[in-house]
Ligand binder design. Sequence first.
Ligand SMILES: Cc1ncc(COP(=O)(O)O)c(C=O)c1O
Length: 525
Amino acid sequence: MRVWCDRIPYRIPEGPNPEIAEAFTHEKSLGRSLYGFTTLLTSSLPGVRLSSMVSTFFFTKRNETPAATLIEGKEDKSRGFGKSIHVTWQQSEEAIFSAGVQYGARGHIPTPCIFSSPYKLQHPCHPTQPVKIRTQTLAITSTKLAFSLIQSRDFEFSMYSPKVGDRVDTLDTPSMIADLDLVEANIKKLMDKLLPTGLDIRPHLKTTKSAILAGKMVKAGAKGGCVAKVSEAEVIAAAGFDDLFITCEIIGPAKVQRLVELYRKHRKIRIVVDSEAGATAIDEALAKAGIDEPISVLIDLDVGLHRTGVLPGDPAMTLAQHVQGLKHLKLIGLHGYEGHLQHLHDKEDRKSQCLQSMETLTNTADVLRKAGFNIEVVTTGGTGTAEFCATVPGVTELQPGSFIFMDTDYRNAVGTFYSNSLTILSTVLSKQGPRSVTIDSGLKSLTTDSGLAECKDPRYSYGVLGDEHGSLSWEEGTPALSVGDRVEMVPSHIDPTVNLHDFYYAHRGGVIEEIWPVDSRGKVQ
Ligand SMILES: Cc1ncc(COP(=O)(O)O)c(C=O)c1O
């Protein structure tokens, strides 16, 4: 079937496609995609088997109606994540355009190609000029199999498009860069330490917020991942990684409904409950949605953090009985996170307090098992405690997160077994006196809740100068920093710092090897 829309010929896939219907539903969110421009096309391009939506870009002079002719579309499997295609089309006699398009990332919001190397989007006539882009948002209804033009807008886009193979020195700043050798070494160190214990490792993705990194950890031996929030689970699952355990309580009709919709599509999702009201609301919502397969539930136990979780003893028993009575919930285990111990500097103290928490957790698991409840999973642990948790019989799963990148706060507490593998590349903007400069990383690039970030070169001390600025100062005798110099800043608290950035530029020896979107950036609901 061939459809013409605004004089662009596209062929639509044969038969109704639920993903396309889904895309249609998400049309509104497309408008809010990365930089506010996305063209949603659904097509079966010659030579490409496409069953999902595609984002692409149309370059056009303002007010010129695009009349593109598709030349070729090739599937590109080299990225190993989501799906990528390379599309070439002709817009006018002299202009042939070529772009890589990645889709499948960021939930239903296609990730624009310009940010997904190795492709470089270039205006053929004016390679260094900003280009005018006309985007068209098309939607298709699966029932009618018809396109409709929803929006046509012009954007001016600067040509900034870092790509694989570029040197890190060429990145604009502030940029979040990850040293791949160190990231891989951290993953290996964790796996070498913990896999031999036979426990499942379910890394907490509240640190990386990345489906790609979740996949890398699974490749190294992990089993699934944890996320904190439903909205994180939504995007990570939509990006292709759905073996997820949501570790925050899901409370309130809006969130419960989001969980129901997520579970409708992703049956591996696991959740915690710590209240009868919370459990009942989820049960009722699943019943109302006609979803009969019960969702896997872990009882959240307070093992000393006093953040969430029921107390051991009667409260845990009563909640287990309540959950057991709910048709749409399936009790599979106990969750108890000892977050208050992760950063204790004294290792012996950390260990002994952790073992006490683990005793609370495993004793409760035993008591519930004896009372006839199904407690297969006993999950716990963070970067600072996982090795101790792993020694306790009865613990079945560990959920460390920060180890992959670390931060200065963690390093100060637990040492340098795992390396600081992530930094924020920054530029010196201004000289402010003989031993002080201003850099372009302030509160919007580096968090301060766990102390100040550190310059990777310890001779320079950081101070905050506001949202966009920071200072670096040094002792007499230290080489002076000059305007334009680059520095790397080591975050003090990794999870909220990652949440401030759109992409990781992962490099080896200063050459960018991979670019990962921070999929669940800003997903706090
Ligand atoms: C429930 C839960 N599990 C695991 C972790 C991972 O801990 P860390 O990042 O300290 O390794 C966290 C972190 O806050 C958490 O909240």
